[in-house]
Design a protein around this ligand. Sequence first.
Ligand code: URA
Length: 237
Amino acid sequence: MERLQKAMAEAGVASRRASEKLILQGKVAVNGTIVKELGTKVGTHDEIVVNGVPIQREQHVYYLLNKPRGVISSAHDDKGRRTVVDIIHDEDIDERIYPVGRLDYDTTGILLLTNDGALANKLMHPKYEVEKTYIAKVEGIIKNDELKQLRLGVIVDGRKTKPAKSKLINVDRAKKTSLVQLTIHEGRNHQVKNMFKVVGHPVIKLHRETYGPLNLYGLQPGEFRALKPEEIQMLKK
Ligand code: URA
């Protein structure tokens, strides 16, 4: 059960404030009765009618995608390029979902998509510090003190990055590249690529392995699955 104004806002009727006004003005009916109480609770099966028009409500859905390279992490693209939402809609799933945060066009890996705006906003808020682990193939042989700089924080766009975890996985001495695992809990634009650039090792390839408690186990690039109820609970906690 959730508050009526929240259900209205989530269905895209109006902002929560504007929905409250509509309720107070007597423009909202629940199961055929005009409701003017702001605290009114509604469930997914209650019928809400605003100004005589029933609102479209959707059950919350949560999908985990292994994003392939070459797709955009948004719901629409002005240039008509394929998006992560297209991948899911191609399978006849038609909820209005959107990605929680972004992965670059050329980044692969774990991405959550949902129509649960409240949870999405919380997960993206720096206060909640959702951990994300990336595997980066970078140019050059990275040194221990550069890994330490990444951990302690580097200056990106005039601001120091928050403490992170970094671990060398492998080096290819012939090709002069390194494979590094980096765990961060911020979500600034191009953050991982920018952090490696600052320490002198531009990223060649980037993959996100984990998002909070979730991992990609069993999902090939381009594949997705619905989250299990217990995974949804873990995210909400
Ligand atoms: N950091 C980046 O630089 N790119 C991504 O896609 C994700 C994190």
